[in-house]
Design a protein around this ligand. Sequence first.
Ligand code: GSH
Length: 206
Amino acid sequence: MTDLTLYHAIPSRGFVTRWMLEELGEPYEIKLLNFDKDEQKRQDYLAVNPMGRVPALRHGDKIITESAAICTYLADAFPKANLSVPIDSPLRADYLRWLFFGPVSAEPTILWSMLGHVKTEVDYRPFADMDDVVRTLSGAVAGRSFIVGHRFTAADVVLGSTIWWGMRLLGVLPETPELVAYWEPMEARPARQRAVAGDERDGIKQ
Ligand SMILES: N[C@@H](CCC(=O)N[C@@H](CS)C(=O)NCC(=O)O)C(=O)O
């Protein structure tokens, strides 16, 4: 019996949080939702996340949604795992910056680029230029094993997932030497490998 339950679908962004849970090392349970059956839109799940989207995490009587928020929450709620950066640390600003950068700045640009820069009705560009995203990201990870300080944190799970998604899954984010050098050791982490194996195993059951 565990008090952590992840609502997940395969494949989906729920994977980011599965990886985070594996890094955490706490027992957790997975409730799989089948998108083909629209299970994410059923009333019982809408009570968990009215957006009808995954992931969502239940921790005891608390519910949290948004993959980056879930990773941030878990890192703070389980400090023994040393995956957060304390609020009084001089690195806290970098930590928050990179936790938000992937989902908020890079992912819309990656998606917009994948969709062929669809025209919007507004007369300003709603998303950052891909060149700016690539230059910023590559510069941030250049020569670094981890995005913040000298150890792995939740920011690596979130930012690494954005890089993998844009660069390897969608193939829209260019494979710069800096991004590849940062990402490949992340991909090899045992916790990520366990999450991949878990998704492969559970994906068959779906
Ligand atoms: N910003 C949210 C996005 C969640 C989201 O859109 N998830 C997709 C899967 S990647 C989903 O649940 N889609 C449901 C659907 O297509 O009906 C997060 O990062 O958690």
